[in-house]
Design a binder for this molecule. Structure first.
Ligand code: DQA
Length: 147
């Protein structure tokens, strides 16, 4: 069976396509991720989105010890910059997590320059628009090849 890659999207990412198009673009994230799942042959892509911190933590706990999951792609939205609880959950689990951002957070307001979760993630991909997710899938498949 193909390995799984789980994509977790945090708050306000359900509005991508309608939300601040100058920053996040006009394309719906759901539509983009449907295409990404269809075109990825090396893994099965599953995903969830939640606007609630606890739901994201619950999902990390539920799936984060699953040997069938090759990696988790996490765009924690604004929780990236605030959530010690999500950082602790990532540190607790065994599945590698890749932090993703659609925008180049380092080029935005200073409050977005600090990530609570980067130190406990395997790596960070930011600033490539929706293609940040595609690059993260490649990164996870590459991690596995190194093992
Ligand atoms: C984001 C960047 C965050 O700073 C912001 O709060 C988001 C989206 C991104 O994908 O660029 O909601 O994670």
């Amino acid at each position: 069976m193909l390995p799984e890659i789980l994509i977790i999207n945090g708050p306000n990412l359900n509005l991508v396509g309608r939300r601040e198009p100058g920053i996040y673009g006009n394309r719906s994230l759901d539509e983009y991720l449907d295409d990404l799942a269809r075109s990825t042959t090396e893994a099965r892509i599953s995903r969830m989105q939640s606007n609630h911190e606890g739901d994201i933590i619950d999902m990390l706990h539920e799936r984060g010890f699953d040997n069938g999951i090759r990696g988790i792609i996490l765009n924690a939205g604004a929780y990236t910059h605030t959530s010690l609880a999500i950082a602790d959950a990532i540190a607790a689990i065994s599945v590698p997590v890749v932090e993703v951002h659609i925008s180049n957070v380092a080029a935005r307001e200073p409050i977005r320059h600090h990530s609570m979760i980067s130190p406990v993630c395997r790596g960070v991909i930011a600033g490539f628009g929706l293609d940040s997710y595609r690059l993260a899938v490649q990164a996870i498949l590459a991690i596995d090849q190194q093992q």
